[in-house]
Ligand binder design. Structure first.
Ligand code: SAM
Length: 157
């Protein structure tokens, strides 16, 4: 277990069987300057360092059109997170709260979500600012910012 994952006073865990993972497909990975969890900011900063969103070659054409957006949403798999905490005591304040009331990486399905500033599209993916994850974190998805996105088809009734 990662030393930062030691259970704190007041925290509770679930006794879960090994995760039966949904068959997600990693579409790439994230390259950041953050080598350890302690190096990562708690949330990304749009004025933070440039990071790379590297897509596997087959998925790269899936970025066509993304250049039109200043902001994109990235979903990623916080692969080093423990997944059994039901209540947590964040180091920042010592109070105990439910996992689903926190943006902690420690959750049953450790999906991270960041809205990042798109700096450039490059051959293997994107350059962005605003990430908070470890170098090498697996990438699940890239979406245009929901605020800027206008659907191209009539709304469903
Ligand atoms: N922005 C995302 C969100 O709100 O869903 C993630 C926020 S989470 C608080 C960010 C923290 O997760 C970092 O400060 C670091 O401690 C931890 N972290 C980053 N990458 C991780 C990884 N690959 N596995 C486990 N923990 C990670």
């Amino acid at each position: 277990m990662h030393p930062a994952d030691a259970t704190r006073p007041g925290e509770t865990t679930l006794d879960l069987p090994p995760p039966d993972d949904a068959r997600l497909r990693f579409v790439g990975h994230l390259e950041t300057p953050f080598a350890t969890r302690a190096d990562c900011p708690r949330q990304g900063d749009w004025d933070g360092p440039e990071c790379r969103v590297v897509l596997k070659p087959d998925f790269r054409p899936g970025l066509d059109g993304i250049e039109a957006f200043e902001v994109v949403e990235l979903l990623y798999w916080l692969h080093e997170a423990r997944r059994d905490l039901l209540t947590q005591s964040p180091k920042s304040d010592g109070a105990v709260r439910g996992t689903f009331s926190l943006r902690s990486p420690l959750r049953p399905n450790p999906i991270g979500l960041s809205r990042v500033r798109l700096v450039a599209r490059v051959d293997d993916g994107l350059v962005v600012r605003g990430l908070d994850c470890l170098n090498g974190t697996p990438l699940l998805d890239v979406k245009p910012d929901r605020c800027a996105y206008t659907v191209q088809v009539p709304p469903k009734r």
